[in-house]
Design a protein around this ligand. Structure first.
Ligand SMILES: NC(=O)C1=CN([C@@H]2O[C@H](COP(=O)(O)OP(=O)(O)OC[C@H]3O[C@@H](n4cnc5c(N)ncnc54)[C@H](OP(=O)(O)O)[C@@H]3O)[C@@H](O)[C@H]2O)C=CC1
Ligand SMILES: Nc1nc(=O)c2c([nH]1)NC[C@@H]1CN(c3ccc(C(=O)N[C@@H](CCC(=O)O)C(=O)O)cc3)C=[N+]21
Length: 317
């Protein structure tokens, strides 16, 4: 935000009024990496307690089909995070040529394995495999991604709570809660309506008594809608589309977008940017998450949390 500050400037005995545009102080950065690290420690303690009491550790099965580099990176991060928290990983790496039947069988095997408490099938799957069929085959009680239609249905219903809430939207809410941002009674805008981020994020916000508008690619006048919001969750997958001018002064901005843009100065040749133009928005918002280091690490922490909760339900219902 630019606050107009009128100052009197004396020029050789002549005083003119001049407006100097003064930038607001930058927003507080919501440090998702640090918050996720705290949560991962909390999970580790709970896993230790479970070991002591039941001689059991939570188990997470991660199924990855194909060789997409980004998927492999995410899956590697998830497995490492599991190991650090004392959660046992069950790995199923399948070639891109795997048939739908083979992937279904992998899910069924994990459904039947009593040491597996959570099953995650990394998305996207290769084109020839029907994602919905695979996601619906995951046992409801092991659906740690929360993508099963019955879990999503419960999220949408008043008075019902799903067994598992999808990790990324759950991480967004956790960031708001742990940053002392009140949700109740606030106006919220969610940019994006995907099954895995935008839609469940909107449903969670309205469950917490926010008034929510969902903005998508066919929304006319997105800027003026987003500008009314006290809380913005940006999940469009469009690099830096939410500009400073889209944001109400003092709004809280949660940036889910993880877009790689070419950058010759980086060793990797690219860098990650969010869906918000961070360098502009940080002078308008009161709080903002960075990319990387914001929502991404929370997604993994929430996955571990869902897996722990799944195991706790099995041993101590
Ligand atoms: N940090 C994390 O843990 C995670 C990050 N992500 C990131 O979040 C982003 C969104 O992911 P995901 O939901 O899977 O993406 P999808 O592509 O599935 O969905 C994007 C949504 O945004 C909408 N959209 C796209 N462009 C615009 C636009 N210009 N204006 C308004 N709405 C727009 C689309 O509208 P329509 O429905 O009309 O097509 C769609 O609803 C990506 O950058 C992804 O990498 C995703 C998961 C986890
Ligand atoms: N079944 C399924 N469940 C998912 O939850 C799922 C998925 N499929 N497919 C892909 C998306 C994407 N996703 C991310 C997880 C962590 C980071 C993350 O930790 N990002 C780091 C940076 C990572 C880097 O440097 O590359 C950060 O933002 O700081 C990002 C994105 C989970 N997804």
């Amino acid at each position: 935000m630019f606050a107009g500050v009128a100052v009197a400037v004396g020029v050789g005995g002549f005083v003119a009024n001049k407006v100097i545009k003064k930038k607001s102080p930058p927003a507080d950065i919501i440090d998702g990496k640090a918050i996720a690290a705290t949560i991962r420690l909390e999970i580790k303690e709970a896993v230790n307690a479970m070991q002591a009491k039941y001689k059991k550790a939570p188990g997470l099965a991660v199924v990855i089909v194909g060789e997409r580099k980004d998927s492999q990176t995410y899956v590697r991060m998830k497995r490492k995070a599991c190991a650090e928290a004392g959660i046992v990983s069950f790995d199923k790496d399948m070639p891109a040529s795997s048939t739908q039947e083979e992937v279904l069988q992998a899910v069924k095997d994990f459904n039947a394995n009593p040491n597996v408490h959570g099953i995650l099938v990394q998305l996207p799957l290769p084109k020839h495999i029907d994602e919905q069929t695979i996601l619906e085959a995951i046992s409801l009680s092991k659906d740690v991604d929360g993508f099963h239609p019955l879990n999503i249905g419960a999220l949408a219903m008043k008075g019902r709570d799903p067994l598992f809430v999808p990790c990324t939207p759950k991480g967004c809410i956790e960031l708001l809660d742990r940053s002392n941002v009140e949700i109740k009674g606030k106006i919220a805008a969610v940019v994006g309506r995907s099954n895995i981020v935008g839609m469940p994020a909107a449903m969670l916000l309205q469950k917490r008594d926010a008034t929510v508008t969902i903005v998508h690619s066919r929304t006319p006048g997105a800027e003026s809608i987003v500008k009314k919001a006290d809380i913005i969750i940006a999940a469009a997958g469009s690099a830096e589309m939410v500009k400073g001018s889209w944001v109400k002064s003092g709004a809280v901005v949660i940036d889910v977008g993880t877009n790689s843009v070419d950058d010759a100065t980086k060793k990797t040749g690219y860098r990650l940017v969010g869906d918000c133009a961070f360098e502009e928005v940080k002078f308008v918002a009161s709080k903002i998450t960075p990319v990387p280091g914001g929502v991404g690490p929370m997604t993994i922490a929430m996955l571990l949390k869902n897996c722990l909760e799944g195991a706790q339900r099995m041993y101590a219902p």
